[in-house]
Design a protein around this ligand. Structure first.
Ligand code: C2E
Ligand code: MG
Ligand code: MG
Ligand code: MG
Length: 280
């Protein structure tokens, strides 16, 4: 019996497993090609104040795949992280963001704009991360005080001493830090006082619960209260409706990002929208 059952299990298991392994290997090879062939593109999403004033943008990577079209980060970031490819990809993203910051610095109406860049755990943990960031800033001539690095709450809870040391060395040259996906981890107030943070971003999963789930609304109020008592700016991400905006404003949120204000778009489109605003 055992033998028959085992045999059947193997027959069922092997091809499925093989498919997963092959798909992964293919994706890894394709990601190497993508890097070499310049297939990654960046989209810019506006970050605004209560009054709708533009503060800057978050850059979000996409993969312009030759056959599959525009692949969102969910389709490749995890494998890029596991294979370590996220390190060169992340460096490229950072460099593009800094090139753009330097360009904006020459425009009278854009010189105050900031750019937020997502940094993955693997990238942040690499030994020369701080040096890499400093090199990119020097190479591009970008103003460090216009650069914001978004680190996830889960990343920040790991290897605390090393994390704080690395953040402080970069904060010392003016770089700002934002805690991404705030509320999805377990940060305590006392722990957060140790981090050289400038802002927190309320995860969109909470924002989506506004007007639907009273408990989620209470969590948001707690998150905002925590951030305010630490003197941190608060960005709500994934704001899609006026109702969500009204709730967030009422409870002391100060900055917003979401489809209500603008979807992530290619740089050319982002820039032309800026042009339309400043001339029209
Ligand atoms: P994130 O950093 O939390 O970025 C916010 C995500 O929410 C983005 O998804 C954005 O397009 C989406 N979003 C913004 N406003 C709205 C809204 O109103 N409604 C909805 N439904 N979604 C909204 P995206 O671009 O798919 O990126 C997903 C995640 O991939 C990011 O989450 C970030 O963790 C990661 N990621 C993106 N670019 C990079 C990168 O350059 N490097 C690294 N390491 N990770 C990146
Ligand atoms: Mg982010
Ligand atoms: Mg986020
Ligand atoms: Mg998120």
């Amino acid at each position: 019996y055992a033998k028959i059952a085992g045999g059947r299990a193997m027959q069922f298991f092997e091809p499925a497993m093989q498919t997963v392994i092959t798909a992964r290997a293919t994706l890894e090879t394709e990601l190497h090609t993508a890097m070499a062939a310049n297939q990654f593109v960046l989209h810019y999403q506006p970050q605004v104040t209560d009054g709708g004033g533009l503060v800057g943008a978050e850059v979000l990577v996409r993969w312009q795949h030759p056959h599959r079209g525009m692949v969102p980060p969910a389709g490749f970031i995890e494998v890029a992280e596991e294979t370590g490819l996220i390190v060169p990809i992340g460096l490229w993203v950072l460099e593009q963001a800094c090139i753009q910051l330097e360009r904006w610095s020459h425009h009278p109406r854009r010189s105050n704009l900031q750019i937020a860049v997502n940094v993955s755990a693997r990238q942040f943990r690499s030994d020369d991360f701080a040096d890499q960031v400093r090199d990119v800033l020097i190479r591009t001539g970008a103003d460090p005080s216009k650069l914001k690095l978004e680190l996830t709450e889960s990343l920040l809870q790991d290897k605390v001493t090393e994390t704080i040391r690395k953040m402080k060395s970069l904060a010392a040259i003016g770089i700002q830090f934002s805690m991404d996906d705030f509320g999805t981890g377990f940060s305590s107030l006392s722990y957060m006082t140790q981090l050289p943070l400038h802002q927190v971003k309320i995860d969109k999963s909470f924002v989506q619960g506004i007007g639907i789930d009273r408990k989620v609304e209470l969590i948001i109020q707690t998150i905002i209260g925590m951030a305010r008592s630490l003197d941190l700016a608060i960005v709500a991400e994934g704001v899609e409706t006026e109702q969500q905006l009204a709730f967030l404003e009422k409870h002391g949120c100060t900055l917003y990002q979401g489809y209500l204000f603008g979807k992530p778009v290619a740089l050319a489109e982002f820039d032309s929208e800026l042009n339309a605003e400043t001339t029209g």
